[in-house]
Design a protein around this ligand. Sequence first.
Ligand SMILES: NC(=O)c1ccc[n+]([C@@H]2O[C@H](COP(=O)([O-])OP(=O)(O)OC[C@H]3O[C@@H](n4cnc5c(N)ncnc54)[C@H](O)[C@@H]3O)[C@@H](O)[C@H]2O)c1
Length: 450
Amino acid sequence: MANNINRREFIKRSAATGAGAGLTLGMNRRTEAAFNNTDSPNGRIAIGFIGTGARAHQVMGDVLKLPGFEVVALCDAYKGRLGHAAELTKGRAKVYKDHRELLAAPGIDAVYIGTPDHLHKQHAIAALEAGKDVYIEKPLTYTAAEGLEIIAAVKKTGRILQVGSQNISAPSQIKAKEIVASGRLGQITMIRATVNRNTAGGAWIYPIPPDANPETVNWEMFLGSAPKHPFSLERFFRWRCYEDYSGGMATDLFVHVMTTIHFVMGAQAPDMVTAAGSLYRWKGSRDVPDTLDAIMQYPEGFTVNLSGTFNNQSAGERGIQILGTKGTLTLGRDLIFTPDYPVEDNEWIVDSWPSELQKAYYNDPKVIAAEMPRRWEPKVIEGEERWGSVGPDSTTLHFQNFQTAVKERKQPVEDVYAGHRAAAVAHMINWSAKHKKPVYWDRSRDNVKA
Ligand SMILES: NC(=O)c1ccc[n+]([C@@H]2O[C@H](COP(=O)([O-])OP(=O)(O)OC[C@H]3O[C@@H](n4cnc5c(N)ncnc54)[C@H](O)[C@@H]3O)[C@@H](O)[C@H]2O)c1
C-alpha cells in the first residue's frame, strides 16, 4: 500500500461553530460594562473557581495564561487544594468559604465548576441564578432529568453555559466534522469506539493526600444532597468509584466520546441504547462497573458500538473509528483517513461454473474492471491521509470558545443542550446495563423515555 502521509498543521481553527439552539441571551450590567469597555479597566472576564481539584488545576494552568481572563475567586472542600490553587494565582484570587459566598461576592463575571458530578446541577443553577456565565465540567449532569432543569435555568437567566468536553474544540475534531459533512466517507452506518485502561490510577484509585482528615476535608460540603454516609477519604478523593456521586466509566469517559460523536456526526441523541457490563475485577474499591459494552442506534442511520474496560489496554487504549462505504476516519492521537477499496472477488463461485461460462465471465471487460481475481494484477491502493495537531491544547481552545461566547453573547460550541444529551446517553448506558433492558430517547421531551 502506498503510504502517502499528508501531515498538515492545524494552526488556524474555525470560529465558534454556533451549535447553540438559539437561546435568548442577556447581559448583566457588569458583563455589559466589561465588554463595551466603558468602565472595565482591562476588559477581562473575572472568573471564580467552584472546586479546585485535579481537573481545576489543569484548567487553571491554561486559564492563567489566557489574556482574556482573571482568576479572582476560589472555593473548595479540601484545604490542601484550595491553598495550592491560591498559590497558583499568586494570591490574587480571593478564597471563599463555599460556592454561595463566592457567588454573592461582587466583581465576578463567570465561574468554572469543577466539583464532583453529583454537585454539578446545584452549582450550575446557583451560578446561573446569580447572573454568572458558566464553564462546567463534563458530565453536565448526574441524572438525565437534571439536564432539563439546567436547560430551563439557562433559558430563564439568559447566561452563557459551556460544558467541558474540550476535545470538540480541537482542530482534529473540527476537521473530522468537515470530512464527515463533505461525504468523503460515503455512507456511514457504524461507529466503533473504545476507552480502555489497566492501571489502578486509570481505575481511579488515586493517592490520598497524607494531610487529609476531618479538619482539612469538609465532608458535609462534599456530600451536598447525596445520601448521608460516614466520613470516608476513599469516597471523597475517589468519588468516581461510587454511584452516590458519579455514573462511573460512562459519565467519566464515555461522555467525552459521545460528545465527539454527536459533534462530528451532527447528531443529537440515539433512539435506543442497550448495554451490558459489570464489576469484574476492582471489587472492594467501588460499586460501579469496570467493564461496559454499549450499542446506540441513531435516527441518522448509524449505530455506535462503544466499549470500555479497566482490565486491559494492550488491545488499544482509546479511539473512535467512523466507518463509511468509502473510507474510515480514525480519531485517536492523530486524525487518519483510510480509504476503503472494496474489490469484488467472485472467483471461488465462478470456478464452479461450466468452463465456457467461466471464460466468458472472465473476458467481460466489466468484470475485469470490477474484480481482482488472483490472475490479474492487484489494483494500486492509494494511501491514507493523516493530520496531527499543533498549537494550543484543546482545553485552551475550548476556553477561548467560551470567552468568545461570553463576549458575543452567543452560546458556545458545547452548549447546555449538547452537554445534556451527551451525559444523558451515559446515564442510559448505565441504566440499560443495570436493568438488562434497552432504553429509549423521547425526542418530544428531549429526555429519556419515561
Ligand atoms: N474535561 C476533562 O477532561 C476532565 C478531566 C478530569 C475531570 N473532569 C471533571 O471535572 C470534575 C472534577 O473532577 P476532578 O478529577 O478534578 O475531581 P477532584 O476530586 O480532583 O476535584 C473535585 C474538587 O471538588 C471539591 N469539592 C467537593 N465538594 C465541593 C463543594 N461542595 N464545593 C466546592 N468544592 C467542592 C473537592 O474538594 C475537590 O477538590 C468532574 O466533573 C470530572 O468529571 C473533566
